[in-house]
Ligand binder design. Structure first.
Ligand code: PNS
Length: 170
């Protein structure tokens, strides 16, 4: 059997912003793949406007994974399946925190399979201490002036502080 180059897994998301939960999933993926391509989507799910522009979300990813050669951070527009084809990637990883994530992830995986039957979805669970964490909760707490330092890397914390100045919601 022809061995492709090093196995790469795509880790797509909105990353608005990247949390310690996302970081945990990306690093765990390296236990089952040689490389991870963390791919931040131009549009966030549900069509709502992201809190951070695409360039900022990508910069934050690059900052938190700086120096980790096996983790590449990129952005993509359009369909995930088209991006997977363009990068010749055969597997996608997503984090599964709780049963509540399952329906959305299952629907998305099945739709993507209709569009690209050769693309496989792998689901990893985060560290239990991070299983309640979501970017939307981090944004809400930061916007209202709460301390989100336990949930994001220091560089992301600085961006959140700039974005939501001391609970003014601006
Ligand atoms: O972090 P999120 O918001 O749960 O990530 C969702 C994401 C970005 C993975 C999903 O919305 C996506 O794949 N967007 C790209 C556009 C696309 O392919 N949509 C069809 C999904 S079935």
């Amino acid at each position: 059997m022809r061995r492709r180059g090093k196995s790469a897994v795509l880790y797509p998301g909105s990353f608005d912003p990247v949390t310690l939960g996302h970081e945990d999933i990306a690093r765990r993926t390296l236990k089952v793949a040689d490389r991870v391509i963390v791919a931040v989507a131009e549009s966030s799910s549900g069509g709502r406007a992201p809190a951070f522009p695409l360039g900022d979300r990508l910069e934050m990813l690059r900052e938190v994974f700086a120096g980790e050669a096996a983790i590449e951070c990129v952005s993509f527009g359009g369909l995930l399946v088209d991006f997977a084809r363009a990068r010749d990637v055969r597997a996608v990883v997503r984090g599964l925190r709780a049963v509540s994530d399952f329906e959305y992830e299952f629907q998305m995986a099945q739709m993507n399979r209709e569009l690209h039957p050769d693309l496989e979805f792998i689901f990893l669970t985060p560290d239990a201490r991070l299983s309640f964490l979501s970017a939307s909760l981090v944004r809400e707490v930061a916007r209202l002036g709460g301390d989100v330092s336990p949930f994001v890397s220091p560089s992301v914390l600085r961006r959140l502080e700039q974005r939501f100045r001391a609970g003014t919601g601006q």
